[in-house]
Design a protein around this ligand. Structure first.
Ligand SMILES: [Zn+2]
Length: 374
């Protein structure tokens, strides 16, 4: 992911600067992941020299990003080590979730991924440039809601988004080759990071959702269906930035017409509005329908699980649809259709972050791009 708004560094001294930046990231990452530590602990866990650690911690304390926390509770008399920790509210992040069809949601988030304030704007049918204008307004109004410096702006957008934060194609907002990150960065004077909402969700789940490191797939079910994958600790982008577009895999060649113009995509049976409509038909057996959709989902995901040997499959979206017969049926069919070695260690569950997963993930875009942590 290439940052937008960060000036190119001058040539020369590049290696030394890169090393320093890398060492800073190591320290911040350690404090972010493991909490407060003494300088000696930081040297031991990062492998950096104590001189380097003291130097960089001094710099980070000077910037306000890290704070001295005194001696740990219960430390014995003598020379107790002083702990340092990330100052979670030293700087805030503005995070936007554009994945809903009726509103754009945003939040001010601190460095620990905790939401400090919320704001949203009705989309009211805005499309194209009007929708971009709405994003600008939402970001500006959120920036005004915090009295802390803003580290950057992260955006989870529907559609295919390239590495530079240009929305290549988002039919719901009528965006084609829309340079969202660049226009926001210019207007706000801040670093801006934009990614597809499913990719944003998987980053949120990976960083703040108590996951392991064994391969994670988040399937987002909303107006559409898409997936994000973190494999071997890195977000999977794919050849044309379209990894995870499983919503448009055909599951029924004679099925309903899809938003993409084709017929019988996974999205036509699983997208929340379509599934709700079907469940509202008179005389419907709710559990039977949810089981049938879950079985089709399982059949679609089994080859993915078999290929990638992922550890966790997280269903993210309306819990009343996803958590129950649908999840159980998908889980069962995946296991029926893959070798035990593929599915024995697999957990199929819903997201612990609920509706905030894209917002929190948008904050991770900024944490990762600006501080090197995730
Ligand atoms: Zn489709």
């Amino acid at each position: 992911m290439s940052p937008v708004g960060r000036p190119l560094r001058p040539r020369g001294k590049l290696l030394q600067e890169d090393a320093r930046r890398h060492h800073r990231s190591l320290l911040i990452q350690q404090l972010f992941r493991e909490g407060p530590a003494s300088r000696a602990d930081l040297a031991r866990t990062t492998g950096l020299t104590r001189v380097t650690v003291s130097d960089l911690v001094g710099e980070l304390v000077g910037e306000g990003l890290v704070e001295e926390l005194g001696a740990p509770a219960g430390a014995r008399v003598g020379k107790p080590p002083t702990l340092v920790g990330l100052a979670p509210d030293s700087t805030h992040i503005v995070a936007l979730d554009l994945s809903a069809d009726d509103r754009m949601s945003g939040a001010v988030v601190n460095l620990l991924g905790q939401v400090q304030a919320r704001h949203e704007l009705e989309i009211g049918g805005a499309r194209g440039a009007d929708a971009v204008e709405l994003v600008h307004r939402l970001a500006s109004e959120l920036i005004a809601m915090t009295d802390r410096p803003v580290l950057g702006v992260g955006v989870g957008s529907p559609g295919v988004v390239d590495a530079g934060g240009t929305v290549v194609d988002a039919p719901n907002l009528a965006w084609t080759d829309t340079p969202l990150a660049a226009s926001l960065a210019e207007a706000l004077g801040l670093p801006v990071f934009v990614a597809n909402d499913a990719n944003t969700a998987v980053l949120g789940e990976h960083t703040f959702g108590q996951t392991g490191d064994g391969g994670l797939m988040v399937l987002r079910v909303g107006i559409g269906v898409g997936a994000g994958l973190v494999l071997e600790g890195a977000l999977l982008h794919g050849h044309l930035a379209a990894a995870g577009e499983i919503g448009h895999v055909t599951v029924d060649p004679d099925g309903e017409v899809c938003a993409c113009g084709r017929r019988g995509c996974l999205e036509t049976i699983l997208a929340a509005p379509r599934l709700r409509r079907r469940l509202a038909e008179p005389g419907i057996d709710r559990d039977a329908v949810l089981t049938e959709v879950g079985e089709r989902l399982g059949a679609t995901l089994a080859p993915v699980v078999g290929t990638l040997n992922i550890h966790e499959l997280v269903l993210s979206g309306p819990t009343e649809l996803l958590d129950g017969p649908l999840r159980e049926a998908a889980d069962r069919v995946i296991r029926e259709r893959t070798m035990p070695v593929s599915s024995a260690g697999l957990a199929v569950r819903t997201s612990t972050l609920g509706d905030d997963v894209v917002l929190v993930g948008a904050a991770v875009l900024v944490l990762s791009g600006q501080l090197g942590v995730s």
